[in-house]
Design a protein around this ligand. Structure first.
Ligand code: UGA
Length: 452
């Protein structure tokens, strides 16, 4: 295999575009591949079809340097690459908890017969354990010099470039020393920068991704379960999370209580993990993840109920302003968005909902055309009886009670992300409610502030 490896990246989604552009920035020649010709054209013209801070600059730098290009031709990709990365999506199957692997299988089925020289196929997509072993057989059968490795990706949307170029750890699921050496060559720069490499079996590599996302989801649902208890018992989950997080054995990350997790990864990955455990006869081991999912979904219903309470028990015809559509700030992704789910539930309860988001409006309109949207925050808030902060964009957390108070008809705020300081809002006459903070605890905060 040549010293200067040439890379292909299959699938031009969040993962594939980021991986292709970042690998080009490391000096590799990279060919991105996607069956969507329009998307290929857009990428070759330097236009990023997704919202990801900093990525467009990397895309353009790669194109300008002549190191990065996109194609929809599999034969071209097979002829080009020494290392083929599979970054296609694995969404949840409609009507089932399982992952839909059709894109991954389709990619390997199309690529394998075209391979005619030694190469490494590297899976990065999130797949149920056992998938890689089957794909490895298909690839080895199609081309004796080709082999498969599994190298799961841990990047987060919103910090995808930094996560790719400076990961905490790189997992190399391999079946030969040669595959390990090739991955060491590909990731030489991040490894020199301090990332650790864990060399393991294909199965452990697949499980590493599922387990990491399951743990993150569990941590969020744990703190949200504590939020439910705080609401029932008169506690304040923000203080509780601070106390828990100060213990280095627990740590503060992923303990932000509120509306819970969404997106294209955590929700579907834990469901697919449970479904796979059931197939393996190990369903008891992951049964707790069903509760993690249930806690997460309960937060959405609870948020809508709080809005109804603040509206005096009936939402019929009540103008409601929803701030946020993206599943988290820094992203335009609305897949399994908690914010849009709440907007939908409120609409079902009879409210006249208007949604605003600084980046995700186009995607939201496509995903939920039945909801009403406003192109500015001011239009969305005008005349509202209840405002719900559902995605903690800086534009929302920087809002002042006076400015927003000048737009709304009634000063009712639900801070479903615990992103605002309640005191100024309460002092400005807002009825302020947060998830995980009992009404009495919120009132105490007001009293404490006034006694100073
Ligand atoms: C997640 C993982 O963090 C990545 O490591 C993984 O690579 C990725 O999934 C994936 O499987 O591809 P991502 O979905 O981009 O990344 O977003 P996160 O930052 O993990 O946030 C997920 C959700 O949890 C968001 O809706 C966020 O608002 C919510 N969250 C996060 C909380 O509700 N509380 C917290 O304390 C943290």
């Amino acid at each position: 295999m040549s010293r200067e490896l040439r890379l292909t990246v299959f699938g031009a989604g969040y993962l594939g575009i980021t991986h292709a552009a970042c690998m080009a920035s490391l000096g590799f020649e990279v060919l991105g591949v996607d069956t969507n010709a329009a998307r290929v054209g857009q990428l070759n013209a330097g236009h990023l079809p997704i919202y990801e801070p900093g990525l467009e600059e990397f895309l353009r730098a790669g194109l300008d340097a002549g190191r990065l290009q996109f194609t929809s031709s599999y034969p071209e990709a097979a002829a080009f690459g020494d290392v083929h990365f599979i970054c296609t999506g694995t969404p949840q199957q409609p009507g089932s908890d399982r992952a839909d692997l059709s894109q991954v299988h389709g990619c390997v089925a199309a690529l394998a017969p075209l391979l005619d020289r030694p190469c490494l196929v590297v899976g990065k997509s999130t797949v149920p354990v056992g998938t890689a072993r089957r794909l490895a057989g298909e690839i080895a059968e199609a081309c004796p010099g080709a082999e498969l490795a599994w190298n799961p990706e841990f990047l987060r949307e919103g910090s995808a470039v930094a996560d790719t170029l400076a990961p905490d750890r790189i997992v190399a699921g391999v079946t030969s020393g040669r595959a390990e050496q090739i991955l060491r060559q590909v990731y030489a720069r991040p490894l020199a920068g301090g990332a650790s490499l864990v060399v393991t079996s294909l199965e452990t590599a697949e499980l590493a991704k599922a387990a990491a996302n399951a743990f993150l989801a569990t941590k969020i649902s744990f703190v949200n379960a504590m939020a439910e208890i705080c609401e029932a018992a008169g506690g304040d989950v923000r203080d509780l999370a601070q106390i828990l997080g100060a213990d280095p054995r627990i740590g503060p990350a992923f303990l932000r209580a509120g509306l819970g997790y969404g997106g294209g990864c955590l929700p579907k990955d834990i469901r697919a993990f449970v479904a796979r455990a059931e197939e393996l006869g190990a369903s008891a081991s992951l049964a707790f993840l069903r509760e993690v999912d249930a806690i997460n979904l309960r937060r959405r219903a609870r948020t809508a109920d709080l809005a109804q309470e603040l509206a005096g028990g009936n939402l019929t015809g009540v103008p409601v302003c929803v701030l946020g559509a993206a599943f988290k700030p820094g992203s335009d992704d609305v897949r399994d968005s908690p914010a849009l789910d709440v907007a939908q539930i409120l609409t079902g309860m009879g409210a006249r909902v208007t949604v605003y988001d600084p980046a995700a409006l186009d995607n939201a309109r496509r995903a939920r055309p039945e909801l009403s949207y406003a192109s500015t925050l001011a239009i969305a808030a005008q005349g509202a009886h209840v405002v719900l902060l559902l995605t903690e964009w800086p534009e929302f957390t920087a809002l002042t009670p006076g400015r927003l108070g000048g737009l709304v008809a009634r000063r009712n705020m639900i801070d479903a992300r615990n992103a605002l300081d309640p005191v100024p809002w309460q002092e400005a006459g807002w009825e302020y409610r947060a998830l995980g903070v009992a009404e009495e605890a919120a009132a105490r905060a007001r009293l404490d502030a006034s006694s100073w």
